[in-house]
Design a protein around this ligand. Sequence first.
Ligand code: XMP
Length: 528
Amino acid sequence: MSEWAEPGSAASPAEEDGGFDTVLVLDFGAQYGQLIARRVRECRVYSELVPHDLPVEEIAARRPKGLIFSGGPMSVYVDGAPRPDPRLYDLGIPILGICYGAQLMALQLGGTVAKTGVREFGKTTLRVTSNGLLLDGLAGEEQCWMSHGDAIAAAPEGFSTLAATDRAPVAAMEDRERGFYAVQFHPEVVHTPRGIDVLKNFLYEACDCTPNWTPASIIEEQVRRIREQVGLTDKAILGLSGGVDSTVAAVLVHKAIGERLTCVFVDQGMMRWKEAENVIEMFTRHLGIPLVAIDAKQRFLDKLVGVTDPEQKRKIIGEEFIRCFEEEARKHSDARFLVQGTLYSDVIESGTRQAAKIKSHHNVGGLPEKMGFELVEPLRLLFKDEVRAIGEELGLPERIVWRQPFPGPGLGIRIIGEITAERVDILQRADAILQDEVKKAGLYRELWQCFAILPVIRSVGVQGDERTYAYPIAIRAVTSDDAMTADWARLPYDLLEKVSSRIINEVPEVNRVVYDISSKPPSTIEWE
Ligand code: XMP
């Protein structure tokens, strides 16, 4: 986590007048913790994942309309198994326990949890005996997703049992009077098809939440908050990368403070084909947002002469980027604020995770402290898919809204060997063909990333009567949810053939195309 991204330090929208109803998800170490918050937000209710041991006073101060106890990997009986503070049950706030969270609720309120010793895992039939409030609208039998060892054996006093499975006699229970609800199954995963209805029953009926967390109202709210933070006269500066996050952040801040925002775009010469031109054109012509574009191509290439070590490349490109940005920022010394496109997932990710490190480069790490900027982070509460929805609502073009992730050092870490202007140009042309064909095949959005790599080696080929000695191009296409793990995409052979023959025909410096069929781990997505 970058040092200025403390979890929970951002004010919740619910804390302020005119904000959104909030449901807090207490994280007991669930695999699906974030997913619960996302699903709640899909129901148009603002939700945040918080540590399970966040003090009760702090939880109460956030004035949530509901609490959800997440699942967790432990047995409730294991020594040191995390438990919620029992005072949470006295706050008068409706609570939904899921899996481990349901067992905690049963145990703490006087029911019993049995060590079954048998795991119930995967798709399971849920037999609904009484719909109650929580299972309203569900049929007598529904499919649900289970993943547990222990199970609630007896519901606490005051609760009525709503459903059972073969191994879980109390698969759902509720005490409507006190506002306590629990499900042994996972309503947040797609394998529980009616799970979203269970969540909606909890959110709308039990918690009385208003479903107003929509792209339009998020925009309105964020614009209001930015105005409040920046005030009526101060100025802000933003480092634009051309990706969806910094673009959406720029448009939001521009909406809030207009021409008092200056966007700085450093063209380090290692973007994709025509991408730098596209960014400049979009901002200046279509969006009408003031943009300072710095052509630093040669400056970066000069620094990279003779450099082949990947980490050294990253360091040089990162430092040069900061230097360029700093030089420009000094010309705007009256700007008090620095806008960053930090996302909610960056905020909650632990510092040991790679994405956090990546972000520190991407977000011009080190600048705020050094230059005394105050940060504006209008996307801090949002998941990536929400940023995309907002981008669409703001009318941004599809190629920006749905752009795949692109590393800060750009094509610099996709040329395996020394970076030269000629190699960047070859790679850009080959990559453009790949992007074009993948988009035409309608597969672009399904892939986490697809790109070309240029290993600086040469191999023998034959074209016409001539022997060639030219570069290969490697194609990488992966599916992934979060870049932590990835699988190589099973692109259709016809598509691969088209890409290969177009690259070899249209890029004369290339005589061979190979497809990378490695997953992460043990490989990484990028080659360097
Ligand atoms: P790897 O190659 O580690 O990449 O599997 C995981 C994700 O991170 C991106 N990536 C970077 N992004 N600066 C960035 O801004 C970097 O130095 C960097 N290295 C990798 C990569 O594109 C993938 O999405």
